[in-house]
Design a protein around this ligand. Structure first.
Ligand code: HEM
Length: 351
């Protein structure tokens, strides 16, 4: 185990003790009707500690799984709302949301971790907690256990009985080649502000990207907005545009949830076009600067963004269901509930 991993483990232990004695930070973002901060306090009082204790064990073995769980929640929420639709396996009639191009780089381990947590919860509480809530809680705990902030999240989401078509999935998940104008268009269409976009992009303070997600910035011409030494190192990792290698999203502290991603951007060491352009575009540049010099401010805005994102298009009350198995809708593990068009050709290279 390397020294950076040891440091993260140290953070994990310290933060888990801190959380026992401290309250999570409270976002000022309004709670959507049907969700609440105390939703499972009677039906599954130990819910949050079940999730945390399991993730402590998982991340002790492999810190990098935190990033996979955070991205899973983002991909769930941006497509058809936070309804665990991204977790569903394909049906006989067509491929699932999971198999749409942007989701192919989600980690298989992340799906397994969610299923494992769900089994633990069902053992203690029965079939009362939705897979959508488990995904949101796993993302929140992953942030905390990577050194990031601890914040309260509204719960009570229900699980969908269907998934989105590949076209809908593609239309709602931004590719790394998006510039700030394109990202602002997508994010404002979901009621996010420019500050939300910059803060949420700070999720790239942990995790990895494949060469295919950024070699457009290296070949045939080098992106002039990329630091030259950084570019030369990336060329060693990705000697051709289609190599399967990966690199860290945050050059400075790849496994720690902090504000160093914004320091990267100010040094023209952001990995994707979507990252670096936040520092080029005049609408977002000063926001990047403000987060680079003030981690507390970044955490505060990130929490607001996450609470907002975590409430996108949620199913509540008697809508949807509580799945018995996060990978399949109830009573139909191989149903034919979604017909999916396939116009993914040409997007693969962008992820
Ligand atoms: C703003 C637009 C965004 C774009 C264009 C984008 C794009 C991407 C891409 C292309 C990857 C790497 C895929 C690969 O090559 O393996 C990635 C990874 C990741 N993204 Fe984003 N993303 C965006 C926003 C977000 C948001 C809002 C979050 C969460 C708050 C997030 C969290 C992550 C994480 C944690 C990873 C690393 C995953 C891992 O290591 O498995 N991203 N993103």
């Amino acid at each position: 185990m390397g020294s950076s991993n040891n440091f993260v483990l140290f953070l994990v232990i310290v933060s888990s003790f801190l959380v026992v004695i401290s309250e999570g930070q409270q976002s000022s973002v309004p709670v959507v009707p049907g969700l609440s901060y105390t939703f499972y306090s009677t039906s599954c009082p130990n819910l949050e500690s079940i999730v945390r204790i399991h993730l402590l064990q998982v991340l002790e073995n492999d810190t990098t799984q935190a990033a996979g769980l955070l991205r899973l929640h983002f991909h769930d929420c941006f497509v058809q709302g936070c309804d665990a639709s991204v977790l569903l396996d394909g049906s006989t009639s067509g491929p699932s949301e999971k198999s749409a191009i942007p989701n192919l780089t989600l980690r298989q381990a992340a799906f397994k971790i969610i299923n494992d947590i769900q089994a633990l919860i069902q053992n203690q509480c029965g079939q009362v907690v939705s897979c959508a809530d488990i995904t949101a809680l796993a993302a929140r705990e992953s942030i905390l256990l990577s050194g990031g902030p601890y914040y309260n999240i509204p719960l009570g989401r229900r699980d969908s009985q269907n998934f989105a078509t590949s076209n809908v999935t593609l239309a709602n998940l931004p590719p790394p080649t998006f510039n700030t104008t394109q990202n602002l268009n997508l994010f404002t269409s979901k009621n996010f502000t420019a500050t939300d976009l910059v803060a949420l992009s700070g999720g790239h303070t942990i995790g990895i990207g494949h060469c295919t997600s950024f070699t457009n910035r290296l070949y045939p011409q080098q992106d002039p907005n990329m630091d030259k030494t950084f570019a030369n190192n990336l060329k060693l990792t990705c000697p051709a545009s289609n190599t399967t290698n990966t690199t860290n999203l945050d050059l400075r502290t790849p496994n720690i949830f902090d504000n160093k991603y914004f320091v990267d951007l100010m040094n023209r060491q952001g990995l994707f076009t979507s990252d670096q352009d936040l520092y080029t575009d005049s609408r977002t540049k000063s926001i990047v600067q403000s987060f680079a010099v003030n981690q507390t401010l970044f955490f505060e805005k990130f929490i607001d963004g996450m609470v907002k994102m975590g409430q996108l298009g949620v199913l509540t009350g008697s809508q949807g269901e509580i799945r018995a198995n996060c990978s399949a809708r109830n009573g139909n593990s191989m149903g034919s509930w979604s017909i999916v068009g396939d116009e993914q050709q040409g997007r693969l290279a962008q992820y």
